[in-house]
Design a protein around this ligand. Structure first.
Ligand SMILES: [Zn+2]
Length: 281
């Protein structure tokens, strides 16, 4: 079992740009999936904190400050870290069908690690029995092979560095409070989907078409800012429908300093694409 340090992930995984991706104005219907079982996982982890740190000496947590997600790591890998009083847990998605007692054991191991405490040996045993079972080992080998090879894209483009832009926007608009997702340029120069936030894989993908000095920096910032707002404002479910661009989202989006110029640029991009398509037809 490997644990990351508290500074972030060393790997950048490329996730697929699905055709139904949230498409922002240009194609406004979204199908991003909300994290599954989040409440249950949250409870398991806050339970582990209660057991291992009963007086709340290290962390005073109500449970709401714990975020747990499955994550498509290459290989078997889990991380836990603390940032601004919030706990972020990423569990290998190989474990997304693990029995509850295994998840519980893993929660204890991770929280113990975070608290620099020894984990109860029973949990270690339960975790290892599962993690080293033939099926899980095989799944983890497959993930390592398939995903290891997919480490192809980076946040640093030819013209713009998404890590830099993210840090700047986080400081300027989010009080540095936004947890950094995986940031990556898309593999292809997608023209219709300029940005995409995938909450399951905690990834923001920006179209490589924007990684050019012909595109003003503030426009790339705007697209990234829009995707960052999706992290801050998770989709709302009303009558079984998901709403991504809620009024709160929109009003915050309009606070972007060059909002109107960005809308104009967006219109130009859309119009250009329409013309391209018309010419091709
Ligand atoms: Zn959007």
């Amino acid at each position: 079992m490997k644990f990351s340090d508290f500074f972030g992930f060393s790997q950048i995984l490329m996730t697929d740009l699905t055709p139904n991706a949230v498409a922002h104005k240009i194609r406004p219907s979204g199908t991003a999936v909300m994290p599954q079982n989040n409440l249950h996982l949250q409870r398991v982890f806050s339970d582990a904190f209660r057991h291992l740190d009963p007086k709340g000496r290290r962390f005073r947590l109500s449970g709401a400050e714990i975020e747990v997600r499955f994550y498509p790591y290459a290989g078997l890998h889990h991380t836990i870290r603390v940032r601004s009083g919030r706990v972020y847990v990423r569990l290998s998605d190989i474990f997304d069908s693990a029995p509850p007692e295994v998840i519980r054991a893993l929660a204890f191991l991770l929280v113990a690690r975070l608290l620099s405490r020894k984990a109860p040996p029973t949990h270690e045993k339960i975790y290892r029995a599962y993690a080293f079972s033939p099926d899980v080992l095989r799944a983890s080998d497959i993930a390592r092979q398939a995903r290891g090879r997919k480490v192809i894209s980076t946040a640093r483009g030819k013209a713009y560095d998404l890590d830099e832009l993210f840090a700047r926007l986080n400081r300027r608009h989010f009080d540095d409070q936004l947890e950094k997702p995986i940031l990556t340029w898309s593999k292809r120069r997608a023209k219709r989907i300029l940005g995409h936030h995938d909450s399951v894989h905690d990834t923001i993908t920006i179209s490589k078409a924007l990684d050019s000095r012909d595109v003003p920096e503030w426009f790339v910032e705007y697209i990234l800012y829009h995707e960052m707002l999706h992290i801050k404002h998770p989709a709302k479910i009303i009558n079984g429908r998901r709403y991504y661009h809620t009024p709160a989202f929109r009003s915050e989006e309009q606070r972007f300093p060059r909002y109107q110029a960005s809308q104009d640029w967006l219109d130009r991009v859309v119009r250009k694409n329409r013309e391209l398509r018309a010419r091709a037809a």
